[in-house]
Ligand binder design. Structure first.
Ligand SMILES: Nc1ncnc2c1ncn2[C@@H]1O[C@H](COP(=O)(O)OP(=O)(O)OP(=O)(O)O)[C@@H](O)[C@H]1O
Length: 452
């Protein structure tokens, strides 16, 4: 950790040395002593991390010195040490941005120590928060979305419109096309970027728990509701709420969502209080919602409410050479994450990728590339290293007389048993959307211990 630079301005040389000696007990503290305000001002170019000022200096009082420091450096935290008689003046200085004040008595040196430790911890935290924020913004900036194809250019145009307004956005696209990536990019590039982003995959949560997950519940609302809990609508505050797989929601819940959007308020399960809904709403589905409306499975009024700005993500097979851009980025990422020498795709591997139709889209491409990086024995990835996974492999059609759906069901059933019906784990191992598995469980096509 870097040393923490402290300026102590104290005209009494004995007392100054006492403070310096005490603070120097911390090996991370680097303390400089000044006996006049002027000397401190002249040293400001050395960028102290904190300045402690004695209020009664001979050449200017603490208030003046504070003001002159602020002219030159408007961030460095300042602590003022004063006698009893100056307290009211110093308290006023707190309102003008002085960080802390300490009355001169026997406790001064330990109080100063505590105050400086506090300031330091906060500044470390600030740096951490800023860097995390930076990482998030980088990850979900438009630059983080890979793709130059004509089809993606249209998406960027819509994205630019989405980030400039507050309109609801409905994202559609096959599984694995990047709907969540787009939702995050909208949030992190909008003026709400510093506010919460709450994502809920409505298909991944059992129906009987979903209402409470979305709207929260009061204590005792149902068996197991031991305390009051805020739902995602509340936790999103004035940030962004992303409802993924919205088409899967049942009709009763759809009407509750409609009320929250229309009236901009909702109630917790088991509660009566109206809670305001202030977040921006983004939704996504891999289904054709119009068809669901025609089938009577999705409310028409809700459909129009959430539609807002529709963004329809193209399937990967419609993005031409973006396949190679994404593949190269995933190869680079894999090598970086695993501390390997740079890896490259050779021409035969690229040709093989371009001929495949990627039913699992970008997610599937990533899984194929990760596997290829494991398979290769050199720093080149060849066609042989590109293996289309069990679920989507074209060769599977050639075996026996089963349909791909039947093979999928068998593989999933096997994995569910192997992983104790842990859907999240199975989805991860097979690198497929959780919702597909949940849907097959719901429809009875798959069986878990829980549903048997
Ligand atoms: N344009 C892109 N650039 C970089 N990575 C992408 C892009 N699109 C998708 N990905 C990556 O592909 C994977 C799947 O993306 P995501 O989860 O957003 O898809 P989805 O459409 O929401 O899937 P599902 O329908 O299953 O919920 C993620 O690892 C994501 O980071």
């Amino acid at each position: 950790m870097d040393s923490f630079k402290i300026f102590v301005v104290e005209d009494d040389p004995f007392y100054g040395k006492l403070l310096k000696h005490h603070l120097n007990l911390n090996p991370d503290f680097e303390v400089d002593l000044f006996t006049t305000g002027q000397a401190c001002l002249e040293a400001l170019y050395r960028k102290p991390d904190v300045i402690s000022i004695d209020y009664g200096l001979p050449d200017m009082n603490g208030g003046e010195l504070f003001a002159r420091i602020r002219d030159l450096n408007n961030v460095v935290p300042i602590v003022i040490i004063s006698g009893q008689e100056d307290i009211s003046t110093v308290v006023n200085l707190l309102k003008r941005g002085v960080h802390d004040y300490i009355v001169k008595d026997d406790n001064t040196k330990s109080l100063l120590w505590k105050s400086i430790v506090n300031i330091r911890e906060n500044s470390d935290l600030k740096v951490e928060v800023e860097s995390l924020r930076g990482q998030l913004e980088e990850k979900y900036s438009f630059d983080g979305i890979i793709g130059k194809s004509q089809a993606m250019q249209g998406i960027y145009t819509m994205l630019r419109k989405a980030v400039k307004s507050n309109i609801n956005v409905s994202i559609t696209g096959e599984t694995g096309t990047g709907k969540e990536v787009i939702a995050r990019a909208i949030h992190y590039n909008s003026e709400r970027s510093k506010k919460p982003f709450m994502a809920v995959n409505t298909a991944a949560i059992p129906e009987n728990l979903l209402e409470s997950e979305l709207f929260g519940h009061e204590k005792g609302a149902f068996t197991g509701a031991v305390g009051r809990k805020a739902g995602k609508f509340e936790a999103a505050k004035d940030g962004t709420l992303f409802l993924d797989e919205i088409a899967e929601m049942d009709l009763t819940l759809q009407s509750k969502i409609l009320r929250a959007i229309q009236e901009r308020e909702f109630t917790r399960v088991g509660g009566t209080e109206n809670i305001p809904f202030r977040a921006r709403l983004l939704t996504a589905t891999h289904r054709d919602l119009e068809v669901r409306v025609r089938e009577g499975k999705f409310r028409e009024d809700l459909f129009y409410r959430i539609m807002g700005l529709p963004i329809a993500l193209p399937a990967l097979r419609e993005r031409g050479e973006d396949i190679l851009l994404l593949a190269s980025a995933f190869v680079k990422q894999y090598a970086k994450d695993n501390g390997l020498q740079p890896l490259k795709l050779n021409k035969s591997a690229k040709d093989k990728l371009l001929k495949y139709d990627f039913p699992g889209n970008v997610r599937e491409l990533k899984a194929i590339i990760d596997l290829a990086c494991v398979m290769t024995e050199t720093n080149k990835i060849n066609a042989d290293d590109i293996i289309f996974s069990g679920l989507n492999s074209p060769s599977n059609f050639e075996y026996g007389s089963k349909t791909l759906r039947e093979y999928t069901r068998e593989i999933l059933q096997h994995h569910l048993e192997k992983y104790d019906n842990n859907v999240v784990q199975v989805a991860k191992v097979l690198d497929m959307g959780k919702s597909t598995i949940y849907n097959m469980l719901k429809s009875g096509e798959l069986q878990s211990e829980l549903s048997r």
